[in-house]
Design a protein around this ligand. Structure first.
Ligand SMILES: Cc1cc2nc3c(=O)[nH]c(=O)nc-3n(C[C@H](O)[C@H](O)[C@H](O)COP(=O)(O)OP(=O)(O)OC[C@H]3O[C@@H](n4cnc5c(N)ncnc54)[C@H](O)[C@@H]3O)c2cc1C
Length: 516
Protein backbone atom coordinates (compact mmCIF):
# COMPACT_ATOMS: atom_id res chain seq x y z
CA UNK A 1 0.00 0.00 0.00
CA UNK A 2 1.23 3.50 -0.79
CA UNK A 3 2.14 5.81 2.01
CA UNK A 4 2.85 3.60 4.99
CA UNK A 5 5.83 1.40 4.12
CA UNK A 6 9.44 2.49 4.40
CA UNK A 7 8.42 5.24 6.70
CA UNK A 8 11.23 5.38 9.21
CA UNK A 9 12.31 8.98 9.20
CA UNK A 10 15.52 7.99 10.94
CA UNK A 11 16.66 5.55 8.27
CA UNK A 12 18.68 8.16 6.40
CA UNK A 13 18.25 9.62 2.96
CA UNK A 14 19.94 9.07 -0.37
CA UNK A 15 19.52 12.74 -1.27
CA UNK A 16 18.11 15.80 0.45
CA UNK A 17 16.23 18.81 -0.94
CA UNK A 18 14.26 21.59 0.70
CA UNK A 19 11.02 21.00 -1.17
CA UNK A 20 9.96 17.95 -3.16
CA UNK A 21 7.20 18.53 -5.69
CA UNK A 22 5.34 15.44 -6.91
CA UNK A 23 3.94 15.64 -10.48
CA UNK A 24 4.88 17.95 -13.34
CA UNK A 25 1.68 19.39 -14.75
CA UNK A 26 0.80 23.08 -14.47
CA UNK A 27 0.46 22.87 -10.68
CA UNK A 28 3.77 21.08 -10.17
CA UNK A 29 5.59 23.49 -12.51
CA UNK A 30 4.25 26.59 -10.76
CA UNK A 31 4.93 25.13 -7.30
CA UNK A 32 8.53 24.31 -8.20
CA UNK A 33 9.15 27.78 -9.66
CA UNK A 34 7.62 29.52 -6.67
CA UNK A 35 9.51 27.42 -4.09
CA UNK A 36 12.77 27.94 -5.98
CA UNK A 37 12.21 31.70 -6.18
CA UNK A 38 11.77 31.71 -2.40
CA UNK A 39 15.24 30.26 -2.02
CA UNK A 40 14.44 26.55 -1.76
CA UNK A 41 16.41 23.73 -3.34
CA UNK A 42 13.68 21.91 -5.25
CA UNK A 43 13.24 18.45 -6.71
CA UNK A 44 10.40 18.01 -9.22
CA UNK A 45 9.50 14.38 -9.93
CA UNK A 46 7.19 13.08 -12.62
CA UNK A 47 5.99 9.52 -12.97
CA UNK A 48 5.49 9.46 -16.74
CA UNK A 49 8.24 9.60 -19.40
CA UNK A 50 6.80 12.90 -20.65
CA UNK A 51 5.76 15.74 -18.35
CA UNK A 52 2.64 17.86 -18.76
CA UNK A 53 0.02 15.62 -17.19
CA UNK A 54 -3.45 16.44 -18.41
CA UNK A 55 -2.58 20.14 -18.16
CA UNK A 56 -0.81 20.08 -21.48
CA UNK A 57 -3.99 18.88 -23.25
CA UNK A 58 -6.09 21.75 -21.93
CA UNK A 59 -7.37 24.93 -23.48
CA UNK A 60 -4.68 26.86 -21.59
CA UNK A 61 -6.87 29.86 -20.77
CA UNK A 62 -5.99 31.10 -17.30
CA UNK A 63 -9.12 32.39 -15.63
CA UNK A 64 -8.30 35.71 -13.93
CA UNK A 65 -10.16 38.48 -12.15
CA UNK A 66 -9.94 42.18 -11.33
CA UNK A 67 -12.87 41.89 -8.93
CA UNK A 68 -11.89 39.56 -6.10
CA UNK A 69 -15.11 40.16 -4.14
CA UNK A 70 -17.23 39.30 -7.17
CA UNK A 71 -15.09 36.26 -7.93
CA UNK A 72 -15.44 35.09 -4.34
CA UNK A 73 -19.22 35.57 -4.43
CA UNK A 74 -19.43 33.52 -7.61
CA UNK A 75 -17.17 30.73 -6.30
CA UNK A 76 -19.21 30.62 -3.11
CA UNK A 77 -22.48 30.34 -5.00
CA UNK A 78 -21.18 27.63 -7.34
CA UNK A 79 -19.72 25.58 -4.50
CA UNK A 80 -23.01 25.39 -2.62
CA UNK A 81 -21.48 25.18 0.85
CA UNK A 82 -19.10 22.34 -0.01
CA UNK A 83 -15.86 24.38 0.25
CA UNK A 84 -15.06 26.70 3.17
CA UNK A 85 -14.93 30.45 2.58
CA UNK A 86 -11.22 30.97 3.38
CA UNK A 87 -10.23 28.45 0.69
CA UNK A 88 -12.45 30.13 -1.91
CA UNK A 89 -11.26 33.56 -0.79
CA UNK A 90 -7.63 32.53 -1.34
CA UNK A 91 -8.52 31.29 -4.82
CA UNK A 92 -10.40 34.48 -5.70
CA UNK A 93 -7.64 36.73 -4.36
CA UNK A 94 -4.96 34.70 -6.13
CA UNK A 95 -6.78 35.12 -9.43
CA UNK A 96 -6.20 38.88 -9.28
CA UNK A 97 -2.45 38.25 -9.70
CA UNK A 98 -2.53 35.73 -12.51
CA UNK A 99 -2.35 38.05 -15.50
CA UNK A 100 0.79 39.74 -14.17
CA UNK A 101 2.26 36.41 -13.09
CA UNK A 102 1.75 34.71 -16.45
CA UNK A 103 3.12 37.76 -18.25
CA UNK A 104 6.22 37.67 -16.07
CA UNK A 105 6.88 33.99 -16.78
CA UNK A 106 6.17 34.45 -20.48
CA UNK A 107 8.28 37.58 -20.96
CA UNK A 108 11.61 35.81 -21.64
CA UNK A 109 9.87 33.83 -24.41
CA UNK A 110 8.42 36.91 -26.11
CA UNK A 111 4.92 35.35 -26.01
CA UNK A 112 1.88 37.11 -27.45
CA UNK A 113 -1.25 37.47 -25.32
CA UNK A 114 -4.94 37.84 -25.61
CA UNK A 115 -7.00 39.20 -22.73
CA UNK A 116 -10.54 38.00 -23.22
CA UNK A 117 -13.62 38.89 -21.17
CA UNK A 118 -15.30 35.73 -20.09
CA UNK A 119 -17.96 35.63 -17.43
CA UNK A 120 -18.88 32.66 -15.28
CA UNK A 121 -21.05 29.86 -16.63
CA UNK A 122 -24.20 30.54 -14.62
CA UNK A 123 -26.25 33.67 -13.81
CA UNK A 124 -25.13 33.88 -10.18
CA UNK A 125 -23.73 36.75 -8.10
CA UNK A 126 -20.31 37.79 -9.38
CA UNK A 127 -20.82 36.15 -12.76
CA UNK A 128 -19.26 39.14 -14.57
CA UNK A 129 -16.02 39.04 -12.54
CA UNK A 130 -13.78 36.94 -14.76
CA UNK A 131 -11.58 37.17 -17.81
CA UNK A 132 -9.02 34.95 -19.51
CA UNK A 133 -5.30 35.52 -19.73
CA UNK A 134 -4.30 33.50 -22.77
CA UNK A 135 -1.02 33.00 -24.59
CA UNK A 136 -1.72 33.06 -28.32
CA UNK A 137 1.77 32.59 -29.81
CA UNK A 138 5.37 31.97 -28.79
CA UNK A 139 8.01 32.80 -31.41
CA UNK A 140 9.68 29.70 -32.89
CA UNK A 141 7.56 27.35 -30.79
CA UNK A 142 6.02 24.48 -32.73
CA UNK A 143 3.97 22.25 -30.48
CA UNK A 144 4.07 19.30 -32.91
CA UNK A 145 7.87 19.36 -32.81
CA UNK A 146 8.32 19.92 -29.09
CA UNK A 147 5.45 17.73 -27.85
CA UNK A 148 4.68 15.16 -30.55
CA UNK A 149 2.98 12.99 -27.91
CA UNK A 150 0.28 15.59 -27.24
CA UNK A 151 -3.09 15.97 -28.92
CA UNK A 152 -5.44 18.72 -27.76
CA UNK A 153 -5.90 22.47 -27.95
CA UNK A 154 -2.89 24.58 -29.02
CA UNK A 155 -2.78 26.82 -25.97
CA UNK A 156 -2.21 24.07 -23.38
CA UNK A 157 1.22 23.15 -24.80
CA UNK A 158 2.21 26.84 -24.95
CA UNK A 159 1.44 27.36 -21.28
CA UNK A 160 3.29 24.19 -20.37
CA UNK A 161 6.28 25.19 -22.51
CA UNK A 162 6.41 28.50 -20.66
CA UNK A 163 6.55 26.66 -17.32
CA UNK A 164 9.03 24.06 -18.52
CA UNK A 165 11.37 26.76 -19.81
CA UNK A 166 11.13 28.66 -16.52
CA UNK A 167 11.84 25.47 -14.58
CA UNK A 168 14.85 24.71 -16.80
CA UNK A 169 16.20 28.29 -16.70
CA UNK A 170 16.23 28.11 -12.90
CA UNK A 171 18.18 24.87 -12.96
CA UNK A 172 15.47 23.03 -11.00
CA UNK A 173 16.21 19.31 -10.77
CA UNK A 174 13.53 17.46 -12.78
CA UNK A 175 13.29 13.67 -12.91
CA UNK A 176 10.98 11.94 -15.36
CA UNK A 177 9.79 8.30 -15.30
CA UNK A 178 10.20 8.61 -11.54
CA UNK A 179 7.03 7.85 -9.57
CA UNK A 180 6.79 8.73 -5.92
CA UNK A 181 5.76 5.53 -4.15
CA UNK A 182 5.56 6.65 -0.54
CA UNK A 183 5.68 9.53 1.85
CA UNK A 184 8.24 9.36 4.64
CA UNK A 185 7.15 10.71 8.00
CA UNK A 186 8.06 10.73 11.65
CA UNK A 187 5.96 8.87 14.23
CA UNK A 188 4.31 12.26 14.91
CA UNK A 189 3.26 12.29 11.25
CA UNK A 190 5.53 15.11 10.17
CA UNK A 191 6.40 14.52 6.54
CA UNK A 192 10.15 14.44 5.98
CA UNK A 193 10.51 13.09 2.47
CA UNK A 194 9.39 10.68 -0.23
CA UNK A 195 10.36 7.30 -1.61
CA UNK A 196 10.90 7.48 -5.35
CA UNK A 197 11.33 4.71 -7.87
CA UNK A 198 14.07 5.51 -10.37
CA UNK A 199 13.74 4.64 -14.10
CA UNK A 200 15.86 1.53 -13.38
CA UNK A 201 13.43 0.37 -10.70
CA UNK A 202 15.56 1.29 -7.71
CA UNK A 203 13.86 2.74 -4.61
CA UNK A 204 15.53 5.83 -3.18
CA UNK A 205 14.73 7.85 -0.10
CA UNK A 206 14.62 11.58 -0.74
CA UNK A 207 14.61 13.97 2.18
CA UNK A 208 12.52 17.15 2.10
CA UNK A 209 13.84 19.54 4.72
CA UNK A 210 10.93 21.96 4.39
CA UNK A 211 8.02 20.17 2.80
CA UNK A 212 6.45 17.93 0.19
CA UNK A 213 3.87 19.24 -2.26
CA UNK A 214 1.57 16.72 -3.92
CA UNK A 215 0.69 18.10 -7.34
CA UNK A 216 0.04 14.73 -8.90
CA UNK A 217 -3.46 15.23 -10.24
CA UNK A 218 -6.59 13.22 -9.69
CA UNK A 219 -7.86 9.72 -10.45
CA UNK A 220 -8.91 10.05 -14.10
CA UNK A 221 -6.80 7.00 -14.92
CA UNK A 222 -7.89 4.78 -12.05
CA UNK A 223 -11.02 2.77 -12.88
CA UNK A 224 -11.07 1.07 -9.47
CA UNK A 225 -11.24 4.36 -7.54
CA UNK A 226 -13.92 5.54 -9.94
CA UNK A 227 -15.96 2.38 -9.29
CA UNK A 228 -15.80 3.03 -5.56
CA UNK A 229 -16.51 6.77 -5.53
CA UNK A 230 -18.95 7.19 -8.42
CA UNK A 231 -22.30 5.58 -8.98
CA UNK A 232 -22.15 5.58 -12.77
CA UNK A 233 -19.84 3.18 -14.57
CA UNK A 234 -17.87 2.85 -16.64
CA UNK A 235 -16.50 6.35 -17.20
CA UNK A 236 -13.66 6.72 -19.69
CA UNK A 237 -10.66 9.01 -19.10
CA UNK A 238 -9.65 11.39 -21.85
CA UNK A 239 -6.08 12.59 -21.52
CA UNK A 240 -3.36 11.03 -19.40
CA UNK A 241 -2.97 7.57 -17.94
CA UNK A 242 -0.57 8.77 -15.21
CA UNK A 243 -3.23 10.25 -12.95
CA UNK A 244 -4.14 7.20 -10.91
CA UNK A 245 -4.95 8.81 -7.57
CA UNK A 246 -1.49 8.21 -6.05
CA UNK A 247 -1.57 11.49 -4.13
CA UNK A 248 -4.98 10.63 -2.70
CA UNK A 249 -3.84 7.24 -1.42
CA UNK A 250 -0.54 8.56 -0.07
CA UNK A 251 -2.23 11.35 1.85
CA UNK A 252 -4.98 9.00 3.07
CA UNK A 253 -2.31 6.78 4.56
CA UNK A 254 -1.35 9.75 6.73
CA UNK A 255 -4.93 10.30 7.82
CA UNK A 256 -6.06 12.90 5.27
CA UNK A 257 -9.74 13.75 5.04
CA UNK A 258 -11.20 13.62 1.52
CA UNK A 259 -13.65 15.89 -0.25
CA UNK A 260 -15.40 16.37 -3.61
CA UNK A 261 -14.71 12.78 -4.66
CA UNK A 262 -18.02 12.54 -6.54
CA UNK A 263 -17.35 15.64 -8.63
CA UNK A 264 -15.66 15.46 -11.99
CA UNK A 265 -15.37 17.70 -15.02
CA UNK A 266 -16.49 15.80 -18.05
CA UNK A 267 -18.83 15.19 -20.88
CA UNK A 268 -19.89 12.35 -23.09
CA UNK A 269 -17.89 10.83 -25.90
CA UNK A 270 -16.76 7.80 -27.81
CA UNK A 271 -14.71 4.83 -26.80
CA UNK A 272 -11.17 4.70 -28.16
CA UNK A 273 -11.19 2.22 -31.07
CA UNK A 274 -8.02 0.46 -30.03
CA UNK A 275 -8.72 -2.09 -27.29
CA UNK A 276 -5.11 -1.81 -26.20
CA UNK A 277 -5.96 1.63 -24.73
CA UNK A 278 -9.19 0.51 -23.13
CA UNK A 279 -10.64 2.10 -21.15
CA UNK A 280 -9.99 5.40 -22.89
CA UNK A 281 -12.48 7.90 -24.25
CA UNK A 282 -12.68 10.59 -26.91
CA UNK A 283 -14.71 13.62 -25.95
CA UNK A 284 -17.42 14.77 -28.30
CA UNK A 285 -16.82 17.95 -30.32
CA UNK A 286 -16.73 21.07 -28.18
CA UNK A 287 -19.38 23.76 -28.68
CA UNK A 288 -19.50 27.27 -27.23
CA UNK A 289 -21.05 27.41 -23.76
CA UNK A 290 -24.24 29.37 -23.09
CA UNK A 291 -25.71 30.91 -19.95
CA UNK A 292 -29.15 29.97 -18.60
CA UNK A 293 -31.51 32.87 -19.28
CA UNK A 294 -29.37 33.89 -22.27
CA UNK A 295 -30.27 30.99 -24.56
CA UNK A 296 -30.00 33.35 -27.53
CA UNK A 297 -26.21 33.01 -27.16
CA UNK A 298 -26.44 29.34 -28.12
CA UNK A 299 -26.20 29.88 -31.85
CA UNK A 300 -24.19 26.94 -33.15
CA UNK A 301 -26.41 24.23 -34.62
CA UNK A 302 -25.40 20.83 -33.38
CA UNK A 303 -26.40 17.94 -35.59
CA UNK A 304 -27.16 15.18 -33.12
CA UNK A 305 -29.53 13.90 -30.50
CA UNK A 306 -28.86 11.26 -27.84
CA UNK A 307 -31.10 8.28 -27.14
CA UNK A 308 -30.99 5.62 -24.44
CA UNK A 309 -31.37 1.88 -24.92
CA UNK A 310 -35.14 2.29 -25.24
CA UNK A 311 -34.40 4.58 -28.22
CA UNK A 312 -35.76 7.58 -26.28
CA UNK A 313 -34.15 10.95 -25.74
CA UNK A 314 -33.31 11.51 -22.09
CA UNK A 315 -31.58 14.91 -21.87
CA UNK A 316 -30.93 18.29 -23.35
CA UNK A 317 -27.86 17.33 -25.39
CA UNK A 318 -26.52 20.89 -24.93
CA UNK A 319 -26.64 21.88 -21.31
CA UNK A 320 -24.99 25.28 -20.68
CA UNK A 321 -21.50 23.81 -20.33
CA UNK A 322 -21.49 20.47 -22.14
CA UNK A 323 -17.85 19.73 -21.38
CA UNK A 324 -18.49 20.06 -17.66
CA UNK A 325 -21.90 18.63 -16.79
CA UNK A 326 -22.52 16.67 -20.00
CA UNK A 327 -22.03 13.38 -18.12
CA UNK A 328 -24.49 13.97 -15.34
CA UNK A 329 -27.65 12.70 -17.05
CA UNK A 330 -25.90 9.40 -17.78
CA UNK A 331 -25.92 8.55 -14.10
CA UNK A 332 -29.48 7.22 -13.90
CA UNK A 333 -29.60 3.63 -12.60
CA UNK A 334 -32.79 1.71 -13.23
CA UNK A 335 -33.44 -0.64 -10.29
CA UNK A 336 -36.04 -2.59 -12.27
CA UNK A 337 -33.69 -3.61 -15.08
CA UNK A 338 -30.68 -3.28 -12.77
CA UNK A 339 -28.74 -1.44 -15.39
CA UNK A 340 -27.63 2.00 -16.48
CA UNK A 341 -29.92 2.39 -19.51
CA UNK A 342 -27.93 5.42 -20.75
CA UNK A 343 -24.50 3.79 -20.64
CA UNK A 344 -23.78 3.60 -23.42
CA UNK A 345 -26.26 5.96 -25.06
CA UNK A 346 -26.40 6.51 -28.82
CA UNK A 347 -25.54 9.72 -30.64
CA UNK A 348 -27.55 9.98 -33.83
CA UNK A 349 -27.02 12.28 -36.81
CA UNK A 350 -27.57 12.36 -40.57
CA UNK A 351 -25.60 13.00 -43.74
CA UNK A 352 -25.79 16.78 -43.28
CA UNK A 353 -24.29 16.41 -39.82
CA UNK A 354 -21.66 13.96 -41.03
CA UNK A 355 -20.27 16.56 -43.43
CA UNK A 356 -20.27 19.36 -40.89
CA UNK A 357 -17.29 18.66 -38.61
CA UNK A 358 -15.46 15.87 -36.80
CA UNK A 359 -17.75 14.49 -34.11
CA UNK A 360 -14.89 13.45 -31.82
CA UNK A 361 -12.23 15.57 -30.19
CA UNK A 362 -9.29 13.42 -29.04
CA UNK A 363 -6.97 14.72 -26.32
CA UNK A 364 -4.02 12.84 -24.92
CA UNK A 365 -0.49 13.15 -23.63
CA UNK A 366 0.83 9.72 -24.51
CA UNK A 367 3.58 8.52 -26.83
CA UNK A 368 1.77 5.33 -27.70
CA UNK A 369 -1.43 6.97 -28.94
CA UNK A 370 -1.69 8.20 -32.48
CA UNK A 371 -5.42 8.34 -33.11
CA UNK A 372 -6.85 11.44 -34.78
CA UNK A 373 -10.49 11.91 -35.74
CA UNK A 374 -11.09 12.34 -39.50
CA UNK A 375 -12.54 15.59 -40.80
CA UNK A 376 -15.42 13.87 -42.59
CA UNK A 377 -16.11 11.17 -39.96
CA UNK A 378 -15.68 8.44 -42.57
CA UNK A 379 -12.63 6.79 -41.06
CA UNK A 380 -14.69 6.29 -37.90
CA UNK A 381 -17.43 4.59 -39.95
CA UNK A 382 -14.80 2.22 -41.34
CA UNK A 383 -13.44 1.57 -37.86
CA UNK A 384 -16.93 0.76 -36.58
CA UNK A 385 -16.99 3.65 -34.06
CA UNK A 386 -19.92 4.94 -36.10
CA UNK A 387 -22.59 2.75 -37.68
CA UNK A 388 -24.58 3.81 -40.71
CA UNK A 389 -27.71 2.85 -42.61
CA UNK A 390 -30.03 4.35 -45.20
CA UNK A 391 -33.03 4.10 -42.91
CA UNK A 392 -33.68 4.83 -39.26
CA UNK A 393 -35.18 1.35 -38.83
CA UNK A 394 -32.07 -0.23 -40.37
CA UNK A 395 -29.83 1.85 -38.12
CA UNK A 396 -31.86 0.84 -35.06
CA UNK A 397 -31.36 -2.85 -35.90
CA UNK A 398 -27.60 -2.36 -36.16
CA UNK A 399 -27.61 -0.70 -32.72
CA UNK A 400 -29.81 -3.35 -31.13
CA UNK A 401 -32.65 -0.83 -30.60
CA UNK A 402 -36.38 -1.18 -31.27
CA UNK A 403 -36.84 0.20 -34.84
CA UNK A 404 -40.37 1.53 -34.22
CA UNK A 405 -39.26 3.30 -31.05
CA UNK A 406 -36.32 4.99 -32.77
CA UNK A 407 -38.53 6.02 -35.70
CA UNK A 408 -41.03 7.56 -33.28
CA UNK A 409 -38.23 9.46 -31.48
CA UNK A 410 -36.85 10.81 -34.77
CA UNK A 411 -40.27 11.83 -35.98
CA UNK A 412 -40.95 13.74 -32.77
CA UNK A 413 -37.52 15.36 -32.88
CA UNK A 414 -37.94 16.53 -36.46
CA UNK A 415 -41.39 17.93 -35.67
CA UNK A 416 -39.94 19.96 -32.79
CA UNK A 417 -36.91 20.92 -34.88
CA UNK A 418 -39.21 22.33 -37.59
CA UNK A 419 -40.42 24.94 -35.07
CA UNK A 420 -37.10 25.12 -33.16
CA UNK A 421 -38.72 24.23 -29.87
CA UNK A 422 -37.64 21.31 -27.73
CA UNK A 423 -40.76 20.71 -25.64
CA UNK A 424 -39.20 17.66 -23.99
CA UNK A 425 -35.88 18.88 -22.61
CA UNK A 426 -35.64 22.60 -23.39
CA UNK A 427 -32.57 22.48 -25.62
CA UNK A 428 -31.82 26.02 -26.87
CA UNK A 429 -33.40 26.84 -30.23
CA UNK A 430 -30.11 27.90 -31.82
CA UNK A 431 -28.59 24.44 -31.36
CA UNK A 432 -31.49 22.55 -32.91
CA UNK A 433 -31.47 21.07 -36.42
CA UNK A 434 -33.42 18.36 -38.17
CA UNK A 435 -32.01 14.89 -38.66
CA UNK A 436 -33.62 13.71 -41.84
CA UNK A 437 -31.21 13.26 -44.74
CA UNK A 438 -29.99 9.65 -45.27
CA UNK A 439 -27.75 7.91 -44.75
CA UNK A 440 -28.07 8.07 -40.96
CA UNK A 441 -25.23 7.54 -38.50
CA UNK A 442 -24.93 6.56 -34.85
CA UNK A 443 -22.17 6.02 -32.35
CA UNK A 444 -22.19 4.61 -28.85
CA UNK A 445 -21.38 7.35 -26.34
CA UNK A 446 -20.23 7.01 -22.75
CA UNK A 447 -19.51 9.36 -19.88
CA UNK A 448 -15.99 10.76 -20.30
CA UNK A 449 -13.97 12.33 -17.49
CA UNK A 450 -11.65 15.22 -18.38
CA UNK A 451 -10.48 15.72 -14.84
CA UNK A 452 -11.50 14.82 -11.31
CA UNK A 453 -11.93 17.36 -8.51
CA UNK A 454 -11.75 15.09 -5.48
CA UNK A 455 -8.84 14.43 -3.15
CA UNK A 456 -7.44 15.46 0.21
CA UNK A 457 -8.98 18.45 1.95
CA UNK A 458 -6.69 21.46 2.16
CA UNK A 459 -6.87 24.79 3.91
CA UNK A 460 -6.22 28.26 2.49
CA UNK A 461 -2.46 27.65 2.82
CA UNK A 462 -2.78 24.41 0.83
CA UNK A 463 -1.87 22.35 3.88
CA UNK A 464 -3.45 18.89 3.72
CA UNK A 465 -5.96 18.41 6.52
CA UNK A 466 -6.50 15.18 8.42
CA UNK A 467 -9.68 13.55 9.68
CA UNK A 468 -9.36 15.50 12.95
CA UNK A 469 -9.27 18.76 10.98
CA UNK A 470 -5.59 19.36 11.72
CA UNK A 471 -2.92 20.03 9.10
CA UNK A 472 -0.55 17.14 8.39
CA UNK A 473 2.80 18.78 9.06
CA UNK A 474 4.82 19.71 5.97
CA UNK A 475 2.39 18.15 3.48
CA UNK A 476 0.73 20.35 0.85
CA UNK A 477 -1.55 19.90 -2.16
CA UNK A 478 -1.68 21.90 -5.39
CA UNK A 479 -3.79 21.78 -8.54
CA UNK A 480 -6.69 19.44 -9.12
CA UNK A 481 -5.62 17.05 -6.34
CA UNK A 482 -8.31 17.90 -3.81
CA UNK A 483 -9.62 20.76 -5.92
CA UNK A 484 -11.76 23.49 -4.39
CA UNK A 485 -14.45 22.92 -7.01
CA UNK A 486 -17.02 20.91 -5.15
CA UNK A 487 -20.33 21.42 -6.94
CA UNK A 488 -20.31 23.39 -10.20
CA UNK A 489 -17.23 24.22 -12.18
CA UNK A 490 -16.00 27.55 -13.56
CA UNK A 491 -14.60 27.40 -17.11
CA UNK A 492 -10.85 27.89 -16.87
CA UNK A 493 -11.07 27.36 -13.11
CA UNK A 494 -8.84 24.33 -12.82
CA UNK A 495 -5.98 26.04 -14.60
CA UNK A 496 -6.43 29.14 -12.46
CA UNK A 497 -6.37 26.83 -9.45
CA UNK A 498 -3.10 25.21 -10.60
CA UNK A 499 -1.47 28.64 -10.72
CA UNK A 500 -2.96 30.06 -7.53
CA UNK A 501 -2.53 26.95 -5.38
CA UNK A 502 0.88 26.14 -6.85
CA UNK A 503 2.07 29.58 -5.85
CA UNK A 504 0.62 29.27 -2.35
CA UNK A 505 1.94 25.74 -1.77
CA UNK A 506 5.40 26.58 -3.14
CA UNK A 507 5.62 29.69 -1.02
CA UNK A 508 4.32 28.05 2.17
CA UNK A 509 6.55 24.97 1.86
CA UNK A 510 9.66 27.03 1.10
CA UNK A 511 9.07 29.31 4.07
CA UNK A 512 8.94 26.54 6.71
CA UNK A 513 11.95 26.27 9.01
CA UNK A 514 14.19 23.47 7.73
CA UNK A 515 14.51 20.13 9.52
CA UNK A 516 17.96 18.85 10.29
C1 LIG B 1 -8.86 17.74 -22.61
C2 LIG B 1 -8.89 18.61 -21.39
C3 LIG B 1 -9.17 19.97 -21.51
C4 LIG B 1 -9.19 20.78 -20.39
N1 LIG B 1 -9.44 22.10 -20.54
C5 LIG B 1 -9.40 22.90 -19.48
C6 LIG B 1 -9.56 24.31 -19.62
O1 LIG B 1 -9.73 24.81 -20.72
N2 LIG B 1 -9.52 25.08 -18.51
C7 LIG B 1 -9.30 24.56 -17.26
O2 LIG B 1 -9.24 25.30 -16.30
N3 LIG B 1 -9.13 23.24 -17.09
C8 LIG B 1 -9.15 22.42 -18.16
N4 LIG B 1 -8.95 21.08 -18.00
C9 LIG B 1 -8.61 20.59 -16.66
C10 LIG B 1 -7.19 21.03 -16.29
O3 LIG B 1 -6.36 20.93 -17.42
C11 LIG B 1 -6.63 20.16 -15.16
O4 LIG B 1 -7.53 20.08 -14.09
C12 LIG B 1 -5.33 20.73 -14.62
O5 LIG B 1 -4.48 21.10 -15.67
C13 LIG B 1 -4.66 19.69 -13.73
O6 LIG B 1 -3.36 20.11 -13.47
P1 LIG B 1 -2.50 19.40 -12.37
O7 LIG B 1 -1.15 19.98 -12.49
O8 LIG B 1 -3.20 19.43 -11.08
O9 LIG B 1 -2.50 17.86 -12.83
P2 LIG B 1 -1.77 17.18 -14.16
O10 LIG B 1 -1.57 18.21 -15.18
O11 LIG B 1 -2.55 16.03 -14.49
O12 LIG B 1 -0.37 16.81 -13.55
C14 LIG B 1 -0.24 15.78 -12.60
C15 LIG B 1 1.03 15.02 -12.92
O13 LIG B 1 1.36 14.18 -11.81
C16 LIG B 1 1.91 12.97 -12.32
N5 LIG B 1 1.85 11.95 -11.28
C17 LIG B 1 0.78 11.21 -10.88
N6 LIG B 1 1.14 10.37 -9.90
C18 LIG B 1 2.46 10.57 -9.66
C19 LIG B 1 3.40 9.99 -8.77
N7 LIG B 1 3.06 9.00 -7.92
N8 LIG B 1 4.68 10.41 -8.81
C20 LIG B 1 5.07 11.40 -9.68
N9 LIG B 1 4.20 11.97 -10.56
C21 LIG B 1 2.92 11.58 -10.54
C22 LIG B 1 1.05 12.69 -13.53
O14 LIG B 1 1.66 11.78 -14.41
C23 LIG B 1 0.89 14.09 -14.12
O15 LIG B 1 1.90 14.37 -15.06
C24 LIG B 1 -8.94 20.23 -19.10
C25 LIG B 1 -8.65 18.87 -18.99
C26 LIG B 1 -8.62 18.07 -20.12
C27 LIG B 1 -8.29 16.62 -19.97
Amino acid sequence: MAGVKGNGAGEGFDEVFDVVVVGFGFAGGVTAIEAHDRGAKVLLVEKMPDPGGISICSHGAVCSTRKPDGAFAYLKATNAGRTPDPVLRALADGMTELEAYVRKLAEPLGAEFMIRDRGGNYPLPGEDSFYYTQITAIPNFDSAQVYPQVRGRPAGPMVFYMLQRNVADRGIDVRLSTPVRDLIRTPEREVTGVVIETPTGERRRIGARRGVVLACGGFEGDPEMQRQYWQLMPVFPAANRGNTGDGIRMSQALGAKLWHMWHFHGSYGFRHPDEKFFPFGIRVKRFPDWIPGKESRAVVQAPWILVDRKAKRFMNEFPPYVQDTGWREFEFFDPVTQSFPRIPAFLIFDEVGRRRFPMGNPAYNDRTMKFTWSRDNLKEVELGILKTDDTIAGLAKKLGLDPAALEATMERWNKMAAVKKDDDFGRPAGTIMKIQRPPFYAGEVWPVVSNTQGGPVHDAKQRIIDVDDKPIARLFAAGELGSSFGHLYLAGGNIAECFVTGRIAGREAASLPPLN
